[in-house]
Design a binder for this molecule. Sequence first.
Ligand code: HEC
Ligand code: HEC
Length: 297
Amino acid sequence: MLRKTLIPFLAGPIFLFGVEGFSADDGSVERGKYIFDAAGCAACHTDTAKGGALLAGGRKLETPFGTFYGPNITPDPEHGIGNWTDDEFLVALRYGVAPDGSHYFPVFPYPSYTGMTDADIRDLKAYIFSLPAHPRPNTEHDVSPPFGWRALMTFWKWLFFENGPLIPDPTREDEINRGAYLVRAMGHCGECHTPRNMFGALDEGNSFAGTSQGPGGGIVPNITPDLETGIGGWSADELDTLFTLGMTPDGDFVGGEMGEVVANTTSRLTPEDRNAMIAYLKSLPPVFNRVGRQAEN
Ligand code: HEC
Ligand code: HEC
């Protein structure tokens, strides 16, 4: 099998992690719940449209490269990830590498989650493992060659992937660093709001500048503080209203994917974290890019 030949690549880091265990009553489950919401794990792994069980998979994810289906990540030992060790979970999020050494497609946003700290990833696993197991078998992705070739991910990663964790910038305030962590690592906001190159990698030079080819081919607006084409004209309160209630300054409500982000993630953050997220967004370099909402005006 092709997969076997890939085991040596990037499998090294697996052995660098300790095997510290934790018990379920040390607060990790509760902390993990907060991280689970902040990282929006439920969305792609739950087939909400068909009333699927939480994290049991089957959610259809359309991309320019084909159709992917979020896998079952409940603690079911056969169909989910119930047999995974803490280290295997950590390696999946930090390096995008499966327990068998094969590479994940970046439709699983590990290029963002790689920025998360070891402690947060471990708490997150404790929470996921406290949820009910569900025996739903995974749906095969429907992706045509060459994009469906997992082996090519080795080269993709070599070209485009830089592993975390995200290092706080000592020259910036704690609030901005916390905001960067919430936006770039956990919230993976760039996975939708940053345009991609022809290989599906994020175009970091235009971070958060919006794209007309978002997930499912939709338009995703520019969220840099550009006055004309971004959110430069929004006050912190207006952003807070969007992130808690989903309402924009025009009185529209965001729908679809952003509606889910508001319901599952931003509205569940503490006020301090929401403020940090807003402060970070306002500190971004403005990029002029006329896509989305602004183009309608
Ligand atoms: C944008 C959609 C999306 C989000 C958000 C997402 N995932 Fe996934 N995830 C996927 C897809 C698609 C795959 C399958 C990737 C593949 O087959 O290469 C996957 C794979 C996984 C796997 C490997 C499962 C296996 O059977 O090998 C784990 C574990 C996982 N995700 C955990 C998480 C966690 C934890 C979060 C939140 C921090 C999360 N995912 C958020 C789409 C997503
Ligand atoms: C799954 C894709 C997706 C993710 C992840 C996502 N967004 Fe969005 N976002 C959208 C889409 C699509 C819209 C447009 C929604 C609409 O107009 O109904 C939007 C709208 C917005 C807007 C309103 C901008 C405007 O001009 O109307 C802001 C602000 C925003 N998102 C911030 C964020 C932040 C911060 C995060 C990370 C916590 C995030 N988004 C994560 C898809 C996403």
